[in-house]
Design a protein around this ligand. Sequence first.
Ligand code: FAD
Length: 331
Amino acid sequence: MPRTILVYAERRDGQLRRVAFEALGAARRLAGEDGAVHAVLAGSGIVADDAAALQARGADVVHIADDPSLGSYAPEAYFAALRAAMDAVRPDALLLGHTAAGRELAPRVAAAYGAGHVADVIAIEPDGGDGALFVRPLYAGKAFERRSLAAGHPWVITVRPNNLPPAEPGDAGGRSGSGSVQALVYAPPPLLTAVRGVLRRAGGQLDLAEADVVVSGGRGVRSAAGFEPLQALAAALGGAVGASRAACDAGYCDYALQIGQTGKVVTPQLYIACGISGAIQHLAGMSQSRTIVAINKDPDAPIFGIADYGIVGDLFEVVPLLTDEILRSRD
Ligand code: FAD
């Protein structure tokens, strides 16, 4: 059955996020050959390249809300932009990234439109008929739920970054070049809060949620300086550094790096846990990683229970060896 799907093409720091392309790929498959995929770009000073990138990857129509009120993320403003897009498109489904903004906007839109809402989707499967099953993890990844959505109501779906195949340039196929760009009728709402400035941490790293490789440190890292070998390994692999809560609580690193039940959820291709025991609350944030490597000097550490590869040893010996080997293999 052809469907009309709307994708919220999230941008950050003036760039489209990779999860926008992952949502777009899912939208193209959900829409079907004869369906339509629309994308909404919201921000201030949106460049034509972003619309073109979405069209090249399968968006039939790109709707743009370009306004100074959308310069910094403000939930009221972005919600208003999404409403304008929902009203213009009347889609069967809205897809967003399961990001901080997506998690905030999706339930608002679902409530406003009486839509069925499924959050944190990691796979979309055929249901044997006309519909789709949305797979989401439960209980820190110990179980999976497959949800279908009632026909006749819109759906609002958030997709977890790094799980669905992204739409690639050329996925537009025969549609290429036929798409249009339209300005949304967007009236800036009164903002209840205003961003006065953003202070960036020096040496900001890759977004943990979208990194392909994450090297994480736990209490076993012992100090802030103990994170340096992990940073070197992450740099060699083009990845980001994460941490357990114990490492954050001990002041070895910033809470922004915390992975787990009360931290970030990551699903990289490769997760390297260094000096992390593997408490259930930590696993909640990383157990869906494609390949897990654990380095721990305790052979009975629970992390080895979910690791694909385990190295029993002192992280301060093993991590530099790994880094050297990776750098040498490039020479
Ligand atoms: P530890 O459990 O102390 O493990 C340290 C490990 O390092 C040990 O296995 C040790 O063998 C190893 N080690 C020591 N030295 C070396 C060395 N030189 N080389 C190699 N290995 C070494 N935790 C999270 O991570 N994320 C969360 O979001 C989170 N949320 C929580 C929410 C709640 C409500 C609660 C109650 C807890 C939460 N926790 C969370 C805490 C969690 O229960 C654990 O306490 C925490 O994950 C332990 O961190 P750790 O593995 O770094 O430390």
